[in-house]
Design a binder for this molecule. Sequence first.
Ligand code: S5P
Length: 374
Amino acid sequence: MDQHPILKATYASRAESATHPLTAYLFRLMELKSSNLCVSADVSTARDLLHLADKLGPSIVVLKTHYDIISGWDFNPHTGTGAKLAALARRHGFLIFEDRKFGDIGNTVQLQYVAGSARIIDWAHIVNVNMLPGKASVTALADAAARWRERYPYEVRTSVTVGTPRSESFDDDPPSSAPQANGNTADGQSGGSGLGDGKVDGRKGSIVSVTTVTQHYEPATSPRLTKDMAEGDETVFAGIEEAPTDRGLLILAQMSTVDTLAGPAYTAACVEAAREHGDFVMGFVSQQNLNTTADDQFLSMTPGCQLPPEGEGENGVVAGDGKGQQYNTPRKLIVGKGVDMVIVGRGILNAADQKGEAERYRKAAWEAYLERVR
Ligand code: S5P
């Protein structure tokens, strides 16, 4: 592992050789911003999350979220928290990584990824999966992302028509305007002519209200995330174009916790799954670089990272959090373990000057990278 050529490759050269468009984009962003820092935005309100993303955006290349710990998350797909985060990501030049750690059967993870109130796939460039259920969950997420992308240039138009049925519908057949979903037309049955006497063909007709819901896809003039932005929110970070619409997956191959059950056999299965889905899997959340074969060029992102207090140097000791979490310094992870990016939560969030602390981590992690490729 130590000799893998990727350890000496610059992020610029990895941007050239990466086959996943989002990985290539991320490496370019890293070079552009001199940053290999991901902040873990583990705050508790949507307001704090957006505020933090805006404040730390210039220092980071990835913002990691746990949307399910956020109170006040606005689920509106066009104006809600996800859409606002997407606009901030575009303005400051970072990708959004929802740390959802999917861990269920294929069918369920697909639904958790694309459906529900959060519609994670709409706003998160990257998600991750816990491979415990096996490779099928990776395949299922890859399929869901591919289907989502096919529909990406389109948007769902939903029409709801409330009205009373026309008299013609009062025949022996079931009303043609019965409630329906996923029809092909927005032309619902409406109006109420001829119902005044309530009698049709000698039978008593009752006036009922019928709600017709129809959905169809319409070409979107621009990518959905762009249209979701509020006016004045359309700024794209200078020096790079907007992120590609591709979605990417990180496999949770190793954990930072003291008694993790993610042993070598589990990690090996994660690497195998990644190789089988190179068009969707960007790499790993891991504690070391997991590239071993000549063809491997996976990204490794690593949580469990803190710096000792300012002035103590990187050799100071960083204690765990007393809840199973263990910490290593950026240099130990990037130079010693060959990882590409560090994920930092409380090390930055608990600082009095979060912006200044994010810069301290960015510089430490970037210097470690320069030292490694030197
Ligand atoms: O092995 C892991 C994997 C993850 S994604 N260990 C982790 O700590 N994480 C996440 O990284 C964890 O859920 C949290 O959001 C973040 C670490 O936060 P910190 O405050 O300990 O830096």
